[in-house]
Design a protein around this ligand. Structure first.
Ligand code: MN
Length: 248
């Protein structure tokens, strides 16, 4: 089994090291990751300047680009053979609900899916540098080997979130839906030392609507959350209503 590992926290983040190490139990692991933290860059692709690559170890490459750039570089340029699976993470911080659209971690798995390669993103629900990354790595290995055995449904990739708990305290995986964020109070405005106003997005507490069956609910109750995602964002349920509109 050939595995490509990437992330959005950068090649030196503790999560990617734990992930790559654990996945070596399953096969050959290559790491292609951003040379610095690129969290919340979403699915951005670098088109207007060149990319530089550094080989910092055997089959370990850093790229001065986004997670999506790394998946592209890995598959189309750096790896000798096409990987059987792409695993993105372990992200420092959960990627749940509406946040998946901002997430570089999730977007890397999305990019692999576009290329027809099975993929999943894995995130640990803590913002601390020192987290239970080995718990998330353990579940990533289990999920990777299951995907390899069974294949994923077409156009589907998985978004895995793991509670920040010791392995023995984590409850079994639940298949969940994407939760909903509460967007109130996310912009903080203050005055800088020179008397000018500044704004900061995304400050304050993470607030999700606590709905049973969602990723947030599962992780909050100590379960590994497995959300199947797909790339077709079309809302088929709205077709009939929209066709009834008369837009002339
Ligand atoms: Mn990140």
């Amino acid at each position: 089994m050939r595995i490509l590992v990437t992330n959005d926290d950068g090649i030196h983040a503790p999560g990617i090291t734990a992930l790559a190490e654990a996945l070596r139990a399953l096969g050959e692991v290559a790491v292609v990751a951003p040379d610095r933290e690129r969290s919340a860059v979403g699915h951005a692709l670098t088109l207007h300047h060149p990319l530089r690559v550094r080989e910092i170890g055997p089959d370990i490459y850093s790229v001065d680009g986004t997670p999506t750039d790394c998946v592209n570089m890995g598959i189309h340029s750096l790896l000798a053979e096409r990987p059987d699976i792409v695993v993105s993470g372990i992200n420092r911080g959960a990627n749940m609900g509406d946040d998946v659209t901002y997430s570089g971690t999730v977007s890397a798995a999305m990019e692999a899916t576009l290329m027809g390669i099975p993929a999943f993103a894995v995130s640990l629900a803590t913002l601390e540098e020192e987290g239970n990354y080995e718990s998330a790595a353990h579940w990533a290995v289990k999920i990777a080997s299951e995907i390899y055995k069974r294949r994923l449904p077409p156009d589907t990739f998985l978004n895995i979130n793991v509670p920040n708990l010791p392995l023995e305290s984590i409850l079994p995986p639940l298949v969940t839906s994407q939760g909903r964020r509460n967007y109130e109070g996310i912009i903080v405005d203050k005055i800088d030392p020179r008397g000018r106003k500044y704004y900061w997005i995304g400050s304050g507490e993470m607030q999700f609507l606590d709905v049973a069956g969602t990723d947030y609910h599962a992780v909050k109750h100590g379960h590994v959350s497995v959300t199947p995602l797909h790339l077709d964002l079309t809302n088929y349920a709205s077709f009939e209503e929209l066709r009834s509109w008369r837009i002339d």
